[in-house]
Write a protein that binds this ligand. Structure first.
Ligand code: GBH
Length: 464
């Protein structure tokens, strides 16, 4: 067992929880909000496991005072939330919806009054539908529309927000949205997926510049990536080549342009048969490569790969992965079917730190889904609660993994647990629960779980 010292966290470490607009807000047709690609996707039969949608979700649009009070009780110092683009620019033409901005002003004011720092993501997957009708992220113009939207937010909310995150997991937007179709807009076309990769990179760069132009050094600019920890099954050259190929398309397509101003030549070569890369124009990489104040990393599990012998049937969300075989995850698995490998988080943080030693890092999401049950138990606030020992263990083990990375020199500035609340888990609807606090979807009641109480204790102790 590691000694206590190493499991303590720095005094200025940020403890937070995270959510995303479409997953928690509801109020989908209120105050002038337009449709997002997820509203439309949810209406297509068979897309969402339980046939649900985001119309009500956790109703946080109306219940944010209660949720902020819960965070205050938990002792968190920061809340990572996202702004719904279709609330701010609901229709084609670019007119700004004042009611949308007013809503976020009220939320941010209440967070600040309660001593909770907002960390605002500009884009967590809810693209306005009218932009998808013009091609979505496969269309270069979307990056420019995104920059316009970023400028509006910086101007309207810049006095209340210091830390801005341009994009959440562009991996999912590009590959699940356009390569696989399991996320909105439901397109299955590797050529469009690669165009989306580039236009998301461009959006990041243009958006970062728009925020900087408005707020200068007052803004801390970040992006959140779900960097994949790919483990090769053996030292066999085919297995190592499979890992490299997965790394290139999962991680290097973002890290290269955003942090070093370049696409690795191997990415171009590997995707030669899929696209001619004509969407990458002169000057784009300079636009994308903007100073970053902090890199957000979302981490859930690891991915084990080996070289594929012969043509496989499984289709990877990422292009150019025919040589990559993804191995079945080894248990015990979470309710998502994901493996648990806390060491992967330490390894990832050390690898990123080694490559970008001056860059501050934060975990912008980490958490787990389990089959929760409510028990009547007077020891919980409210007289009932959820005993979720697996989520408690996952939380503790992953925080220890972060602490080990800090001890080894990683510049870790904070940790945001996914999620404050159970919420709309995308294509899985309301069937998977990640919350530290349970949501009863019939009554919208918030119910404490052991994990939420344990997190409060960890924050209080600054140690795990
Ligand atoms: C995050 O995505 C999201 O940011 C958040 O909104 C979401 O609720 C949360 O995590 C929990 O799911 O089998 O090839 O598709 C998680 C992103 C990326 C994790 C893909 C699992 C599986 C690879 N995920 N990954 S694949």
């Amino acid at each position: 067992m590691v000694n206590d010292e190493r499991l303590a966290f720095p005094e200025d470490f940020t403890w937070g929880t995270a959510t995303a607009s479409f997953q928690v807000e509801g109020a989908a047709h209120e105050d002038g909000r337009g449709d997002s690609i997820w509203d439309v996707y949810c209406r297509q039969p068979g897309r969402i496991a339980d046939g649900s949608n985001g119309d009500v979700a956790c109703d946080q649009y109306h219940r944010y005072p209660e949720d902020i009070a819960l965070m205050k009780q938990m002792g968190v110092g920061a809340y990572r939330l996202s702004v719904a683009w279709p609330r701010i620019v609901p229709q084609a033409g670019g007119a700004i919806n004042q009611a949308g901005l007013d809503h976020y002003r009220r939320v941010l004011d209440m967070l600040l009054e309660n001593g909770i720092k907002p960390v605002v993501t500009l884009y967590h997957w809810d693209l306005p539908q009218y932009l998808q009708e013009a091609g979505g992220w496969a269309n270069r113009d979307t990056a420019q529309r995104y920059a316009d939207y970023a400028a509006v937010l910086a101007k309207a909310l810049g006095d209340r927000v210091q830390t801005w995150t341009t994009l959440n997991e562009p991996w999912c937007s590009a590959y699940l949205g356009y390569g696989d179709g399991g996320h909105a807009p439901g397109i299955r076309d590797y050529g469009q997926a690669l165009a989306a990769v580039h236009h998301l990179n461009l959006a990041h760069g243009l958006g970062a510049q728009a925020i900087r132009a408005e707020l200068g050094d007052r803004a801390r600019i970040s992006v959140t990536l779900n960097l994949q920890v790919n483990r090769a099954d053996s030292d066999d050259p085919a297995d190592l080549a499979a890992k490299t190929r997965a790394d290139l398309f999962a991680n290097e397509v973002w890290l290269g342009p955003m942090l070093a101003g370049t696409y690795d030549q191997r990415i171009h070569d590997a995707a030669e048969g899929i696209t001619d890369w004509s969407f990458v124009r002169d000057g784009d990489l300079e636009q994308i490569h903007q100073p970053l104040d902090v890199l957000g990393i979302n981490y859930y599990s690891t991915n084990h790969v080996r070289g594929r012998s012969g043509a496989g049937s499984e289709r990877n969300p990422m292009p150019a992965q025919e040589m990559v075989e993804t191995l079945p995850p080894q248990g015990p698995l979470t309710a998502m079917g994901w493996n648990q490998e806390p060491q992967g988080l330490t390894d990832l943080l050390m690898e990123v730190s080694g490559r970008f030693p001056k860059l501050d890092l934060m975990i912008t999401e980490n958490g787990s889904a389990w089959e929760d049950q409510v028990s009547m138990d007077p020891s919980f606030p409210g007289g009932k609660g959820v005993h979720d020992p697996q989520r408690v263990a996952y939380l503790e083990e992953h925080l220890r993994a972060v602490a080990r990375a800090i001890h080894e020199g990683a510049r870790m500035t904070g940790y945001f647990a996914w999620s404050l609340l159970d919420n709309f888990e995308w294509a899985l609807g309301y069937t998977k629960r990640f919350g530290l606090i349970r949501v009863d979807y019939d009554t919208q009641e918030r119910i404490w779980k052991d994990s939420g109480l344990r997190y409060a204790q960890i924050i209080h102790d600054r140690a795990v």
